[in-house]
Each structure stands twice: as structure tokens, then as C-alpha cells.
Design a protein around this ligand. Structure first.
Ligand code: ADP
Length: 736
């Protein structure tokens, strides 16, 4: 419940008795700016206060954005109440304004991301506990004695009765007698405090040099960005721990560590606990509302000192943010491209510039954007070249599938098959990587050639055998596999084409008898617990061959994993969007890096039909720098990111006529500006999504053009009907 703040005399605004006090309030709605409200006598609020206000027929919580000097001559609605929540700090409000401008989103939508935990704005719930007062009851009984013996520290009445083996009446009687007292305790206890002065590992020479640099940078307390570029397993985490330790020397400083969603496993939090003696606060989409409330409030109060979270943690209301680490900064999951489109790495840098604070971008395969920023001197470039101790990087070999193809309806070629045999004989583990969920990516009718599509979306249905369903991977739509072809009616003619991980596992089962095989994909590990237990099975050798999608690429260390087989290295190169080569190179290098982490040397075998493509040839040659130089040259030639900016406009409507009309109207409204190229409108590759027809524009500008402002101005000039939706995407990663 919203609580009234009856702060008599505590009013911060000058209370002119004759003039109403006006505040502008930003609401977490698709609204571009705050609305004015009158703040009634007796209520006290200042910028950052959470207030409840009427909007149409509803009451809604928003944030006071500014105090207005001039009273309005309109009759304004009144602020209903001021919430007893911590204020939204001014840096955070500045961040929301700047982020909204940059990503071309209504400010209210960005505020909504900062208010993701509604419960946090209400008072934290408490529980009633009982504890001994030291006084004796009038009459001591054996049951009372037992209860008092257990009541030396606060417990719930039920828990005390259970522990002491007495009835609840006994506990109640002791309370009435004054031998036990009731105490209220918040259900949101503070997070344990990290200790930055616990000893770190013995760092290697280059680790120690790098961490000394980062410590110095954090100490400056200004806006600085470092790219921590180190091969997989080179100790980037150990090194950024030193930067965190430095930041925490300030007893009020807070640190945010962003991780790709899937990497938020217990293994990661355990490493923080080992280094700092305390589990960090965690923020991710799977967290329940109570957990989110606790994190939000503790962050706002400045008590949560280390927060480890997925991209949306960037919108938490830190009081004194001193360091942001973006681990695996190249990871695609930092880009949100539904709802509010933003890239968490880019916004992390924006947020840091406002705080101001330091940023560490860590990766073994940094994005070209970040590498270019480092080359241009905007970011400092720190490199770790070696794995500590005995651990060596795997050798990468190419299996040319044109020269030695697999048998029909098989996907493991002879070279990879014999490497698997050798690995099993040596009692070591193998990982087979195929970035396709399910059994077969396409279902066709052998009689008429029909390809099964989702009913309301222009995408093929994927056959899943484990669940026995056909699934649309774009929308989540599922259905049973039909017995008859929906087009020609032929019976039993529908057949899956191509491999997914389930089909690959089937091949492994039939070819490597006795091997223990498991599949790791988002379908087989539905929860963090599932993932944890699978990782344990892998670590303890209960799995010989793991077949996995890109989930396996991220950060797991398996000591006896010595062979990585990439089944279809070309998969990501097809379709060929701007980043296809870059993404393939990053993903394959990350996957290959899973092999040979301990003292056993590892190897990776890459099956490809295009061994001459730069991403694959240079990966096998182990020459990342050459690949980066090649990609950058290509992009420089055509002025694409990171040498130019890109924006996308996606227009959608219920019918093809409506969307074409809207796209034409939008096209005609284009402002006249130089340094900008507009391509489109064109039908989007996914022409229909959830029943809506889609058209796209792609806009390229030079780096010195404010593309966000251009797109915002364009959108402003064109009025579209309410059936039409228009989405803007700055620096798009998806071109679908
Ligand atoms: P990255 O983040 O670069 O992949 P990690 O920090 O996860 O690397 O380190 C990889 C492995 O090497 C981890 O198990 C880590 O504990 C270990 N490690 C890193 N640095 C050292 C060191 N100086 N001494 C011993 N082990 C180390």
C-alpha cells in the first residue's frame, strides 16, 4: 500500500500559501515526458520521490522529475500520496533521460525498466518472531523449559514449537507471561558485506600488471573504459576481481557485474564468495518478485555492494556506482530487441559517463565496436595472452566436408568420428556443438514438398522429438505433429529435414556404443538447477559425450573435456547479416576454448563446407588479429558499424495493404539531412510475425551524425493510424 508521508514542517519545496506547488511526474508508461501535478499541502516530495498520481481513471506510481517554478493556469490533478521508498537518485534520472534519447524510446518506457520491482516501492514486509526475555514464567513446566531453551535467538513461533517439540499453545502462553517477547524482522535482510581485503590468488606476471592498471583506473573515480581482452581461461575474472576489490575500498561504493543471462550460475556466485567472503546480490529474469524487491531496495539503500546480474540490472537505482564490469561483452544476449531495444554494453558505458565511474569490458573475443573504440584510443586495451599454469589453448583443425563427407543422413564426418573414438578410449570427454535446438529444423511433406510453417508467423516449424511437438522458435507456438500433410492430405509423409541436437545425439548413440550421451540446450535444462546438475554430471565424468547448443559455449570448465567438435561451422554464416562472420568467429573460438582447460591438452575439430571463408580459415590459423583486421577493413569500406551508425525502423500492421500504406507514408515523411542513407521500405525477412505484416527500413549514417535525433525527428513528422506499430532500433543486431 502507498503510505502517506505526513511530513509537517519537512516540506522541501517553499510553501507559498497562495500558490499551489507544482511538480512534474514521469510515469512508467509509453510517454515521452513528465506530466504536471499539484502537490497538496501536507505532502512533501522532491525530484526523485516516488508518488502516486491519477492518470485517467487509474492511480499510478511515478517519479517526481522536477519542481515547477511557475504555477500553471490549468487546473491540475493532485498528487495522491508520496511513497516511503528511497528516492530515485539524480544520476539515475539523468541516465534515464539520456538513455531514452539514445535508444529513441519514450522516457516513460525507460523509467519502467528502472521500476521493474513494483513491490520494492512498498514497505518491506516483516515477520513476527519470538525470543526469550530472560524472565521466568509464573509456573515452569518441562515443555516451557524446552521452549525457552530453544528461544535464545529470534524464531517464528511455529519454528520454535517444532524445534522444541511443544505445542503452539506453550509458546503462546510464554508470550502472555512475558517470558518470550515478539520482535518484528524485515523479510528482506541486508546482503552480507563483501570483504575486499581477503587475499587474492597468486597472479601471473601479466595478470598482475593488468590488475595494477585497473586498480589505478578505479581509484581515479572518473569515467574510464578498459577493454580486458584475454584468451579463454587467461584469468580475466581473477583480474577484474582486483578492480572490484579496489572499488570496494570506499565503504559506500557499489559495483555492478553484468553477465550474459545463461552464465548466471552458482559456479559464478561461488567464485565471488570465495574471493570476497560473501555471496553477491543477484538480479536476473528468473528471480521471483520477493528476491527482486530485496535486491532493488538494498541497491537503492546503498547496502548491496556487489550486484551480479543480467542486462536489466543496469537499470537498478545504485547510489554510488564506482565500477561496472561487462563480462563476455561481445555476447548477443546484451542486446534486447523486443519491447525497448537497447544494448546493455552501450548503455553501461553511457551510465558510467554520467556517474562517473569506470567500466571494464571483458572478453576473449571482443566485439568489433569495442575493438575499434580501443584502437581509436577511446578505451584502454589490456591483453592477457596466456592461460596460467599448465593449461594450454586447444589446437584447432578443419575437417573439410567436401573432401570427406559424412554418410547419408549422418552429420559426423570420418575425421571427427575417429577423434571421438580416440577420446573415449583415453577415458576423456567430448563436446559436440550444433547450434540448433530440437530434432530437425524443418519438416516437409515427401509427397507434395509442403514445408510446415507456424500459422501466424512466417517461420518454419522445428520438430522436437523429446517433447513430441512442432515448435516455432520465434514465438513459442507449439502443436502436435500432424498425421496427414495439411496441404495434400498424404498420410505419414511428413519428415524432419536436417539435424538438431536431438538428432545428433541419436547418431552418437548408434555410432558410439556404450558412451554416456546427454543433450544440453534450453529445452533440456529448463531451470538453473537442471543446468547445475548437468554440469555436475559432466564434471564427475557421468557424461562421455555432451551434445549442446550455444549454451555450452559459455564459461564452463570441464577438466577432462579434451575434444570439441563443431558439427556445422557454416550454420551462422548462412543468411549473412552484418555480423555473421564476426559472430561465427566469436562463437567457435569460445566453444573451442572449452577443450583442455586443465593439464590435458585439448583440440577442436571444425566441420565445414567453406574452409576458405575468412572466419573459419583465420580461426583455424589461430589468428584473431588478422580476422579482426579483415572484418574492420570490410566494414570501413562501406561505412558500416563501427565506422558508421545503423538504425532500423520496423513498421507492422494487421494486413499487407495497411503496412504498405504506412511504410509509404513514413518514407514520404523522411527529413532532408545529409550524411544519411535510407534503404527501404522492404518486406522484413520474417514478413509476418504473430499475425502482423512487417516492413523494414535500414538507415546508415556517418559516425558524427546524431542518428537517434534524426530518427526521433522523422517519427515525429509522420502520423500513423493506431493499427500500425512502429519500432525503432538503434544499432540493430537482428535484421529479421
Ligand atoms: P577467464 O575469465 O579469462 O576465462 P578465469 O578467471 O575464469 O578466466 O580463469 C580460468 C581458470 O584459471 C579458473 O579456474 C581460475 O580459477 C584459474 N586461474 C586464473 N588465474 C589463476 C592463477 N593466477 N593461478 C591459478 N589459477 C588461476
Amino acid at each position: 500500500m502507498a503510505r502517506l508521508n505526513a511530513g509537517a514542517g519537512a516540506a522541501i519545496l517553499p510553501a507559498m500559501p497562495t500558490q499551489p506547488r507544482i511538480v512534474s511526474v514521469l510515469l512508467p508508461q509509453p510517454l515521452p515526458e513528465p506530466f504536471d501535478y499539484e502537490l497538496p499541502e501536507g505532502l512533501s516530495a522532491s525530484p526523485g520521490s516516488f508518488v502516486s498520481v491519477p492518470l485517467g481513471p487509474r492511480e499510478m506510481v511515478g517519479v517526481v522529475w522536477a519542481e515547477r517554478g511557475i504555477p500553471s493556469n490549468r487546473k491540475l490533478k493532485q498528487v495522491q500520496s508520496v511513497l516511503e521508498a528511497p528516492q530515485l537518485p539524480s544520476n539515475m534520472r539523468g541516465f534515464i533521460e539520456r538513455a531514452a534519447k539514445y535508444i529513441c524510446a519514450p522516457m516513460g518506457n525507460v523509467l519502467a525498466m528502472a521500476m521493474r520491482s513494483r513491490e520494492a516501492l512498498e514497505e518491506a514486509p516483516t515477520e513476527t518472531l519470538v525470543v526469550s526475555t530472560g524472565a521466568s514464567p509464573d509456573r515452569m513446566t518441562p515443555a516451557r523449559e524446552k521452549a525457552l531453551a530453544h528461544a535464545t535467538s529470534p524464531l517464528s513461533a511455529a519454528e520454535l514449537a517444532r524445534l522444541a517439540g511443544v505445542s503452539s499453545g506453550v509458546v503462546k502462553g510464554l508470550v502472555e507471561q512475558g517470558a518470550l517477547q515478539q520482535v518484528e524482522r524485515s523479510l528482506d535482510p541486508p546482503f552480507p558485506l563483501p570483504d575486499p581485503n581477503r587475499p587474492s590468488r597468486d597472479l601471473t606476471g601479466e595478470q598482475s600488471e593488468t590488475s595494477t592498471y585497473l586498480r589505478g583506473m578505479v581509484k581515479e573515480e572518473s569515467f574510464r573504459v578498459a577493454l580486458l581482452d584475454g584468451v579463454t581461461g587467461s584469468g580475466k575474472t581473477e583480474v577484474y576481481f582486483e578492480a572490484i576489490a579496489q572499488a570496494l575500498q570506499d565503504p559506500e561504493a557499489q559495483v555492478l557485474v553484468l553477465l550474459p543471462e545463461i552464465a548466471l550460475t552458482q559456479a559464478v556466485t561461488s567464485r565471488f564468495e570465495e574471493r570476497f567472503g560473501a555471496i553477491p546480490a543477484e538480479w536476473h529474469s528468473a528471480a521471483g518478485s520477493a528476491a527482486r524487491r530485496r535486491v532493488w531496495r538494498e541497491v537503492a539503500a546503498g547496502r548491496a555492494r556487489i550486484v551480479v546480474g543480467a542486462r536489466s540490472a543496469l537499470f537498478l537505482p545504485f547510489r554510488k556506482l564506482r565500477l561496472i564490469v561487462v563480462d563476455e561483452e561481445h555476447d548477443q544476449s546484451y542486446k534486447q530487441d523486443e519491447g525497448v531495444n537497447y544494448h546493455a554494453r552501450d548503455l553501461a558505458v553511457l551510465r558510467a559517463s554520467i556517474e562517473p565511474c569506470s567500466v571494464v569490458l571483458a572478453s576473449a573475443t571482443p566485439s568489433l565496436e569495442t575493438l575499434q573504440n580501443a584502437q581509436a584510443g577511446r578505451y584502454v586495451h589490456l591483453r592477457l595472452h596466456a592461460r596460467p599454469g599448465m593449461s594450454r589453448l586447444p589446437d584447432i583443425a578443419i575437417a573439410d566436408m567436401r573432401a570427406s563427407p559424412p554418410e547419408a543422413n549422418r552429420w559426423i564426418g570420418p575425421q571427427l568420428a575417429s577423434a571421438i573414438e580416440q577420446t573415449l578410449a583415453a577415458k576423456e570427454q567430448a563436446l559436440l556443438f550444433l547450434n540448433r535446438r530440437g530434432y530437425a529444423p524443418l519438416v516437409i511433406c515427401r509427397a507434395c514438398g509442403e514445408r510446415l510453417k507456424a500459422p501466424d508467423t512466417d517461420s518454419w516449424l522445428v520438430e522436437h522429438r523429446y517433447s513430441g511437438r512442432l515448435v516455432c522458435h520465434l514465438t513459442g507456438f507449439t502443436m502436435d505433429k500432424p498425421r496427414h500433410c495439411p496441404n495434400c492430405g498424404a498420410q505419414g509423409s511428413l519428415t524432419g529435414v536436417g539435424p538438431g541436437v536431438e538428432r545428433l545425439a541419436e547418431e552418437v548413440h548408434t555410432r558410439f556404443h556404450g558412451a554416456k550421451v546427454e543433450v544440453l540446450s534450453s529445452d533440456t535444462v529448463a531451470s538453473p538447477e537442471d543446468l547445475r546438475s548437468l554440469i555436475t554430471r559432466m564434471e564427475t565424468g557421468a557424461i562421455d559425450i555432451l551434445v549442446g547448443t550455444q549454451i555450452v559455449a559459455k564459461g564452463h570448465n570441464f577438466p577432462t573435456l579434451t575434444l570439441v567438435g563443431v558439427v556445422d561451422a557454416d550454420a551462422g554464416l548462412r543468411g549473412g547479416d552484418l555480423r555473421a562472420g564476426e559472430r561465427t568467429f566469436q562463437l567457435l573460438l569460445q566453444v573451442a576454448g572449452r577443450a583442455g582447460r586443465a593439464d590435458k591438452p585439448g583440440r577442436a575439430i571444425i566441420q565445414t563446407y567453406a574452409p576458405e571463408s575468412p572466419a573459419i580459415a583465420l580461426l583455424a590459423a589461430g589468428d584473431r588479429d588478422a580476422f579482426v583486421a579483415h572484418e574492420l577493413d570490410q566494414r570501413r569500406l562501406v561505412g558500416l558499424p563501427p565506422f558508421g551508425r545503423l538504425g532500423a525502423v520496423i513498421i507492422s500492421a494487421p494486413s499487407a495493404e495497411q503496412v504498405d500504406e504506412a511504410a509509404l507514408a513514413f518514407s514520404n515523411g523522411q527529413p532532408n539531412t545529409s550524411g544519411i542513407d535510407v534503404w527501404g521500405p522492404a518486406p522484413a525477412p520474417i514478413t509476418i510475425l504473430r499475425g502482423r505484416h512487417r516492413r523494414r527500413f535500414l538507415i546508415r549514417s556517418d559516425r558524427n551524425v546524431d542518428l537517434s535525433a534524426f530518427l526521433a525527428a522523422w517519427k515525429e513528422r509522420v502520423k500513423l493510424s493506431s493499427a500500425v506499430r512502429l519500432a525503432l532500433d538503434i544499432e540493430p543486431y537482428s535484421f529479421m
